[in-house]
Design a protein around this ligand. Structure first.
Ligand code: PMP
Length: 289
């Protein structure tokens, strides 16, 4: 079956999808994106993702490529045409096509590409055994809250992690604070039981999974706190974990080779993972009603 992409107004075979070499996404990385998990054909937390897309677009002065209701139709249609049971939809909107110069004419229409990929559930071992992370300097710009397609520091970090047989790299700022992973938000559970993650300011991407997990944790009666934490605090924490749309809740059992807790996924992390799976399933039931 041919995979189908939506490219600037048309549904095309994915391998035939073409954008201009003058697209400013290609020339300047002037664009934003979203990744939305699809479970049993339903788009998980779609509205949150579209809200964040709107914030990212606004921050870069890129107009919506189409109205929000129309975009929802396109996203659903791309998932449907690719027969996505479980997997993800990818939305990329860029500033559009213009002569290559820094200043763009105000009336340039933005470009839109929507693709979808089937994906299995994450390897259960990741959640049962936990994963290792390394730390790296956070060399990114001061607007990490924008979900921009300019991802070079994240890519370099992920490559380094992979070479060192780690799952991800946690980025550390000049004050020894862990901001976030390269594709994930970072969390620790203190010995007091406090569940801690970096505040959603301009130093991190405000993850949708982060937001949902915060709500789930609070709903469980856990003490959730948005505050910075250091590498030393993370290494000495009771538990650590990370969150993202495509990885859900992943236990972190080692940081730079230091064992976290007893080196196994802890009960808070495992509990939140289960709650998050239920949340994804709940979305699905809710939408079917
Ligand atoms: N931080 C970064 C840098 C990311 O790239 C991602 C995933 N796109 C996240 C955090 C997690 O965000 P979400 O939960 O919305 O997938």
């Amino acid at each position: 079956m041919a995979r189908i992409a939506y490219v600037n107004g048309r549904y095309v075979r994915r391998d035939m999808g073409v954008v201009s070499i003058d697209d400013r996404g290609y020339q300047f990385a002037e664009g934003v994106y979203e990744v939305i998990w699809v479970q049993k054909g339903n788009l998980v937390d779609l509205e949150h993702h579209l809200d964040r897309l709107g914030c990212s677009l606004e921050s870069l002065n890129i107009p919506w490529p189409m109205g929000r209701p129309a975009l929802k139709v396109v996203v659903g249609e791309v998932a449907r045409r690719n027969l996505i049971g479980n997997g993800h939809v990818y939305i990329q909107a860029t500033r559009g096509v213009a002569r290559r110069t820094h200043l763009v004419p105000e009336d340039t229409p933005s470009s839109l590409v929507v693709t979808a990929s089937r994906e299995g559930f994450r390897d259960a071992r990741v959640h049962e055994q936990g994963v290792a992370v390394i730390t790296i300097p956070d060399i990114r710009w001061k607007r990490c809250d924008i979900k921009s397609i300019a991802l070079l520091p994240n890519i370099l970090g992920k490559q380094k992690a992979s070479r060192e047989k780690a799952f991800d790299a946690w980025q550390v700022n000049g004050h020894d604070i862990i901001t976030e992973g390269t594709t994930t938000n970072a969390w620790i559970v203190a010995h007091s039981g406090e569940v801690i993650t970096h505040p959603a300011n301009r130093s991190i991407l405000s993850g949708i999974t982060r937001r949902v997990v915060m709500e789930l944790a609070a709903g469980e009666g856990l003490d959730v706190c948005e505050r910075p934490f250091t590498v030393a605090e993370a290494c000495g924490a009771k538990e650590a974990f990370m969150t993202s749309t495509t990885n859900y809740v992943v236990p972190v059992v080692s940081i730079d080779g230091h064992k976290v807790g007893d080196g196994r996924p802890g009960p808070v992390t495992s509990g939140l993972y289960k709650r998050y799976l239920a949340h994804m399933a709940g979305e699905q039931e809710g939408e079917g009603e």
